[in-house]
Write a protein that binds this ligand. Structure first.
Ligand code: HEM
Length: 159
């Protein structure tokens, strides 16, 4: 099925929400999540969701698109979502998510259940800088040991 069609609810969105706003709705009686840039309130299905409530809690307040797609939900699931739809994700955050999900898709082969916003992307560490730092430290350590041994040798010679 065409994924761009199946995720468009029939109702016109009343408004858009920013990621920050969505992340405020994480409790069982008020749980929002994002699937394909649309915001859903999943509280009504929390106890009846066939995949269990735990997986929904894992995605509470964040982008659940990758986790949702990983399960290959049926057309029936998409129909259920129409009643849960509360609005669209703000355009500026759509771009942020696209970048984040692109990185995640490339990095992870396993199902993705992580939070999109609460865990920041790991910072890039330049390995050549780490090697330089370690060799400098090793050099200084050896220098200190050799100087100490030299100093002790000279002191003992004097005795
Ligand atoms: C956003 C609203 C959601 C709705 C309306 C929904 C609905 C459904 C429905 C109807 C099923 C039964 C199988 C099917 O017809 O596809 C199902 C199964 C399942 N769902 Fe969801 N789901 C939602 C979100 C999620 C999310 C975010 C996850 C995260 C991993 C998830 C994980 C699962 C799992 C693991 C199953 C069981 C699949 C199986 O046993 O084969 N669902 N869901």
């Amino acid at each position: 099925m065409d994924s761009s069609r199946k995720c468009v609810p029939e109702r016109t969105p009343s408004r858009t929400y920013k990621l920050k706003e969505v992340s405020k709705h994480m409790s069982a009686d008020d749980m929002w999540m994002i699937v394909h840039n649309k915001v859903y309130n999943v509280s009504p299905i929390l106890n009846s969701h066939p995949g269990g409530s735990e997986v929904l809690f894992d995605c509470a307040g964040v982008d659940a698109t990758l986790a949702f797609e990983d399960v290959s939900h049926s057309h029936f699931a998409w129909e259920m979502m129409e009643d849960l739809y509360v609005g669209d994700l703000a355009p500026e955050d759509i771009q942020r998510l696209e970048k984040l999900n692109y990185k995640k898709k490339r990095r992870l082969k396993a199902p993705i259940y992580e939070r999109a916003t609460s865990k920041p992307e790991k910072e890039f560490v330049d390995s050549t800088e780490v090697i330089k730092f370690m060799s400098r430290t090793a050099f200084l350590a050896w220098f200190a040991v050799i100087s100490l041994l030299g100093y002790l040798y000279i002191q003992f010679r004097k005795l």
